[in-house]
Design a protein around this ligand. Structure first.
Ligand SMILES: CC(C)(COP(=O)(O)OP(=O)(O)OC[C@H]1O[C@@H](n2cnc3c(N)ncnc32)[C@H](O)[C@@H]1OP(=O)(O)O)[C@@H](O)C(=O)NCCC(=O)NCCS
Length: 207
């Protein structure tokens, strides 16, 4: 039994959705602002498509919204142990530089429905959606740039997501490559606090 499949309908998040629905808040101002002001232009420029679940009994009520876009994991830039691991979990006939995935760039659950398992249901929905044979392209991973806060990280970990990098220092070097070896060494020794952490879920692990 799932709240979303039993009580909600799924639809693209469009201009009409914004006009006809009650205003949506997930409790994070930046995220709310994105859905209100930027999600439509992301879709226009094909940078991300947003979708929502709304209540069957009150269609003007948005329960949750999320945005997806194509993404990949750059294998050769990873630290050696992670790169070796990634190579072991795929075929070896032809080595790829990047492994394909889908980025859940934004996800927000209406504060009225928080902590009821709905965010987790949305992640389950996305996993099945992109693992499905009818998906037109190869997609091995669901990728997220998780807000670097204990609540959000624990939310993704409970949903089977793994950090791509063990440390924030390594992740900083991957997302913002140093220009010199000297800079690389310095940054590896400095304390880094990232705003977001890259995490992934392997769709081959879907039960
Ligand atoms: C993060 C978010 C999508 C989770 O949705 P949700 O429906 O509340 O999550 P679920 O009920 O499926 O999972 C709850 C788990 O997430 C974590 N969590 C989420 N919100 C939490 C909070 N306020 N305090 C502590 N833990 C929290 C906990 O691990 C919790 O498990 P528990 O209830 O067993 O302790 C939702 O809180 C949200 O929209 N937040 C604002 C936007 C945001 O930060 N999005 C993620 C950006 S990457």
């Amino acid at each position: 039994m799932s709240f979303l499949s039993d009580n909600c309908f799924f639809s693209p998040f469009t201009e009409d959705t914004i006009k006809t629905c009650a205003s949506f808040s997930c409790g994070d101002d930046d995220m709310d602002d994105f859905f209100r002001n930027d999600a439509l232009s992301y879709a226009t420029f094909m940078m991300g498509r947003s979708y929502c679940f709304r209540l069957n009994d009150a269609p003007q009520k948005i329960v949750c919204v999320f945005t997806v876009s194509n993404d990949s994991i750059r294998i050769y830039d990873l630290p050696r142990s992670r790169r070796d691991f990634m190579m072991r979990i795929t075929h070896h006939q032809k080595r790829l530089n990047r492994y394909p995935g889908i980025l859940v760039g934004r996800i927000g659950v209406n504060v009225e429905f928080a902590r009821k398992g709905i965010g987790s249901e949305v992640l389950d929905f996305v996993k099945e959606w992109f693992a499905d044979e009818s998906n037109k392209s190869g997609c091995r991973f669901v990728i997220v740039d998780a807000v670097n806060s204990p609540n959000v990280l624990s939310f993704y970990q409970k949903n089977g997501f793994t950090f791509l990098f063990t440390t924030e220092e390594q992740e900083d070097l991957y997302t913002n490559p140093p220009k010199t070896e000297e800079e690389r060494k310095q940054r590896l020794q400095s304390q880094v606090r990232l705003n977001t952490r890259i995490m992934y879920f392997d769709l081959l692990n879907l039960e």
